[in-house]
Design a binder for this molecule. Sequence first.
Ligand SMILES: *[C@@H]1O[C@H](CO)[C@@H](O)[C@H](O)[C@H]1NC(C)=O
Ligand SMILES: *[C@@H]1O[C@H](CO)[C@@H](O)[C@H](O)[C@H]1NC(C)=O
Length: 193
Amino acid sequence: MNPFSLMTCIITILLFLVCSLVCVAEQSELICSHQPIVALAGDDIILPCYLDPPISASSETVVWTRPGLDPKYIHVHQDGRLMHRIQNPSYFLRTRLFVDELQNGNVSMKIFRVKISDAGKYFCFLEPMLKKVSIQLTVGVVSTPIIEVVSNNSRSVVLQCESKGWYPEPEVVWLDGEGKPPLCWTYRDSQRS
Ligand SMILES: *[C@@H]1O[C@H](CO)[C@@H](O)[C@H](O)[C@H]1NC(C)=O
Ligand SMILES: *[C@@H]1O[C@H](CO)[C@@H](O)[C@H](O)[C@H]1NC(C)=O
């Protein structure tokens, strides 16, 4: 083989390799859950996002942000680690990526001890690939209702049901001992506090 055709051959192979890498990267889509992730305050949750078909995101900069927050960076994974300096302080020590899963294109983020203020829209962004997708987190608060007899005379019984700190505001339904809506009393007094 003369040197010229050897060179042509090598260039052809290189071009083919570069093209196939770029093409795979372009075909692969970043997918985040379309359904909102619903959590209760205090839960640990995962915001699921992954590349499909799976390609490695190990060498990528994975950026999780929340628009409207300052600083907007929730978790920035670069050169194999979390960039602490630019992270929003309210997420300090509360986020992680699954570093071992990045090679499978899994860029999901875990948030520990979710707060009501964590609710909203998040963006996952893979920097060199220019892929950006949003995902919604909804956070609620519930507590057990406590029923008390406030007064009981021959004519009427007044029951009080108390349950604090709900978010969003709950629907209140009174049921009788058999789980049916009672005929003669439907009463509601909800207070925000
Ligand atoms: C990504 O990794 C997390 C943690 O291991 C796992 O719960 C989740 O199912 C993974 N997602 C995909 C698409 O593999
Ligand atoms: C109300 O008082 C009567 C008589 O003392 C009692 O039999 C009844 O169980 C009481 N009702 C409630 C809801 O506590």
